[in-house]
Ligand binder design. Structure first.
Ligand code: TYM
Length: 334
């Protein structure tokens, strides 16, 4: 708790070009929840270097992401939007928590298995201990809730296990966080292969919609989306392509599955795909416009980065000092 509010924490990696999966699975929920909670949203640039990055591009992407947080509707005066690398306590707590996490637990992480298969030439130790850094992010801020997409759920479960293990040895040090999953959009699938998660690293650009795609591109990509040989707009396990489009449409319009099925009864896929494209463009266009305006205002963004880094450091250091004391690190006498 901070004051009378519970704490919400989340982050996105600073690897550029967010998809509507990132938006509908995470960011949009942050915006919906932010009035109710004390919120910290990081630009997870330390996580990003588990895969080789070009330094100038990483710097640029971090700034773009923080700007996008504001453009998506997060008020930087009320929410703490900051760069992970500006808060040294993340790396320090991660080290300590590494010593309370088992190799076996980390070996079971599906993201590690996927990423190490994808980057065979660079299976570094950071990729392996990545979930511990994520646990440190969350636990530093004593978060009650962590809004993420389904793909991060396993990391959240590990975070809880680490926190409970630590608390059972040292007393009530960490708040045990709960995952928050939205009702819709928790796992947006590829438009070209609905058995795969939509991801910006997909080789086929038609598989994903980027938050910065213009309306024509969005509509074109939805027109090409894989459906099935049937013509019925119906949510069902045996219709993964259509079900994914229904989920996206529901996320963007707030309509229920039943309402959507009724709306497109007897109309075939052409009309439906066009409507999905338009609904997505309606959500993204105002964000893109605000983003363009904000990007011109360098001093404003610089000020936000500086002030929020101070705020994040203040709260993170409080937890870090407590943890250091518990494990037996002596205080520095000043
Ligand atoms: P990242 O950067 O891969 O994704 C950011 C957020 O977007 C969600 N997401 C999706 N949701 C629905 N459908 C999809 N296709 C989809 N793709 C991505 C993710 O679930 C996530 O919520 N390790 C994290 C970043 C992180 C973090 C944290 C998150 C670092 N520290 C602390 C929460 C708390 C990651 O790589 O997310």
């Amino acid at each position: 708790m901070i004051g009378d509010k519970k704490v919400l924490y989340s982050a996105v990696q600073a690897t550029g070009n967010l998809t509507i999966g990132n938006y509908l699975g995470a960011l949009r929920n942050w915006v919906n929840l932010c009035d109710e909670y004390e919120c910290f949203f990081a630009v997870a640039n330390e996580h990003s270097i588990t895969v080789r990055q070009e330094p100038a591009a990483l710097r640029k992407h971090a700034r773009e992401l923080l700007t996008l947080y504001i453009a998506a509707g997060l008020d930087p005066e009320k929410n703490c939007l900051y760069y992970q690398s500006h808060v040294p306590a993340h790396a320090e707590l991660a080290w300590i928590l590494n010593c309370y996490t088992y190799m076996g637990e980390l070996s079971r992480m599906t993201q590690f298995k996927d990423k190490s298969a994808k980057h065979e030439d660079n299976v570094n130790a950071g990729l392996f201990t990545y979930p511990v850094l994520m646990a440190a992010d969350i636990l530093l801020f004593q978060a009650d809730y962590v809004p993420v997409g389904v793909d991060q759920k396993q990391h959240l479960e590990l975070t809880r296990d680490i926190a409970m293990r630590f608390n059972s040895i040292y007393g009530d040090v960490f708040t045990i966080p709960e995952v928050y999953l939205g009702k819709t959009g928790r796992k947006i699938m590829s438009l070209q292969d609905p058995s795969k998660k939509m991801s910006k690293s997909d080789e086929n650009p038609n598989a994903y919609i980027l938050m910065m795609d213009d309306k024509d591109t969005i509509i074109r990509k939805f027109k090409r989306a894989i459906t099935d040989s049937d013509t019925q707009v119906r949510y069902s396990d045996d219709k993964p392509g259509v079900s994914n489009l229904i989920d996206i449409y529901a996320s963007c319009t707030g309509k229920s599955t039943e309402e959507i099925e009724k709306e497109f009864e007897g109309q075939g896929y052409g009309q439906f795909k066009l409507a999905v494209g338009e609904a997505v463009a309606d959500v993204l266009t105002p964000i893109q416009e605000r983003y363009a305006d904000l990007s011109k205002n360098k001093d404003y963004i610089d000020g936000i980065i500086k002030n929020n880094a101070e705020k994040a450091n203040y709260f993170a250091n409080k937890t870090l000092r407590k943890v250091q004391k518990k494990v037996g690190f002596p205080e520095l006498i000043r």
